[in-house]
Design a protein around this ligand. Structure first.
Ligand code: SF4
Length: 430
């Protein structure tokens, strides 16, 4: 089960950063306009998650004056080790809901006892405020449907404001920290990544993701050769301006074998998306379309979409997905670009290890591949904005918080000799 805010190698500090640590706060528009919609939420945040309690919170609940709080602490939590920060785990009910979720779909703890009593996980989510050098970078997890709506549907959602400290009444109570060796190089890397995604002479959504992938590839190569990174970013921006990356993308061949493998994984066992009701709902609807349009059949003894038969993806994509994807981009091209920008903006990339860096991009490409396939198949059935929010937030709820599963698909590709840089760049093009 995923842990919310599972950010490997990055810790959440439980005390607000001091003013002396900070120079400015970076606040995107999507962050400013966010408000939790509570009972109206279509995929409540405690659904299908693991929520842990630290030792103090657990003791507080066990001795609480409200008998319901005491009972839930005693009967609906289980031990998860001796670590005082992750001491007990709330046991979700058979429908995947938190025992504190009331019949009106509001949190009992929050409703009757206020925000202060909530476990840290619930006080924070979906906020992801990260200390990066002297900046506090504010963000939201795209796995919350309301956050996803804010990020994806507003073309200007990714406009960033730099707030001086004096403009802030209060700093966040919790924030993410992590070892970043060279903040300035990371900043330059991100600037180059934004330039690739926003390149005026790149016309397609896929071309923009290719630009980003090429930056990851060049950076990983330099890291492997122990060469300085900063000169690369200037060269990269020049490549974009000269239209060289567009030419390369035009010449790139689809990585057909890898695409078919990844599609079979998605249809077979959800790839890295399992135990996620919201995503499974989209996946199964898309799978029915695949069945109705191809020779592929559903395995007789399975309730899940396990495919039998070979899928010629190129043929299938051209006949059944290309038109759907084109219509999605026509109506919501900005949603895809914001999805990419949000990922770059929010991720503290590790620029010290070539393999780890490229694996990050590979996992994001896999996620995009799944999103494109499913949304293209369902584009005729649902309002495009709602479809993109539904698919992107639900796939993110699993994929972003449990990298172990994404690694599994990545490793299977590696085992099949399909995890070279070329394969992932070739996954983008169908
Ligand atoms: S998922 Fe987001 S909108 Fe829904 S209840 Fe949680 S924080 Fe609120």
């Amino acid at each position: 089960m995923p842990h919310r805010h599972d950010a490997p190698s990055h810790n959440r500090a439980p005390i607000a950063p001091s003013a002396s640590q900070l120079k400015q706060i970076v606040v995107p528009k999507f962050y400013k306009t966010f408000q939790c919609i509570g009972a109206e939420c279509e995929n409540h945040c405690c659904h299908d998650w693991t929520v842990t309690l630290d030792k103090d919170t657990y003791q507080k609940y066990k001795k609480h004056g409200d008998i319901k709080v005491r009972q839930i602490a005693q009967k609906h939590t289980s031990s998860c080790g001796q670590h005082s920060l992750n001491y007990r785990q709330i046991k979700m009910d058979k429908d995947g809901n938190c025992p504190f979720l009331d019949t009106d779909r509001l949190c009992y703890l929050h409703k009757y006892h206020g925000e202060e009593i909530l476990p840290a996980t619930c006080q924070i989510y979906p906020r992801e405020d990260r200390l990066m050098g002297t900046d506090l970078v504010s963000s939201l997890s795209i796995s919350c449907p309301e956050a996803a709506r804010n990020i994806l549907l507003d073309p200007s959602a990714m406009v960033l404001d730099l707030e001086p400290l004096s403009a802030r009444q209060a700093l966040p109570k919790f924030y993410l920290t992590g070892q970043i060796d060279d903040i300035e190089t990371l900043r330059l890397f991100k600037d180059a990544a934004f330039a690739g995604l926003l390149a005026e002479n790149t016309e397609t959504v896929e071309g923009r993701l290719y630009n980003l992938g090429f930056l990851f590839r060049l950076t990983a190569q330099r890291l492997a050769q122990k060469e300085a990174l900063r000169p690369l970013f200037t060269n990269f921006t020049q490549l974009i301006h000269d239209g060289k990356l567009n030419d390369l993308f035009a010449k790139t061949q689809p990585a057909q074998k890898a695409q078919e493998f990844v599609t079979q994984q998605l249809l077979g066992d959800g790839g890295f998306i399992r135990d996620n009701q919201a995503f499974t709902h989209y996946q199964q609807r898309a799978f029915k379309k695949v069945i109705s349009k191809t020779q592929i059949t559903q395995a007789a003894d399975s309730n899940s979409p396990v495919a039998e038969g070979r899928l010629d993806l190129k043929d299938f994509y051209n006949s059944h997905c290309r038109q759907g994807f084109t219509s999605l981009v026509d109506s919501h091209g900005h949603a895809f670009i914001n999805f990419f920008l949000h990922w770059v903006y929010s991720t503290p990339f590790d620029l010290t290890n070539a393999d780890r860096l490229f694996a990050r991009f590979a996992q994001f490409t896999l996620k995009f591949f799944y999103i494109r396939l499913i949304c293209s198949l369902l584009a005729d059935d649902e309002e495009h904005g709602a479809l993109l929010v539904g698919v992107i937030h639900s796939i993110s709820r699993r994929a972003d918080h449990d990298t172990h599963l994404a690694n599994e698909v990545y490793q299977r590709l590696q085992a099949g000799g399909m995890a070279q840089h070329e394969h992932f760049l070739g996954l983008i093009k169908v």
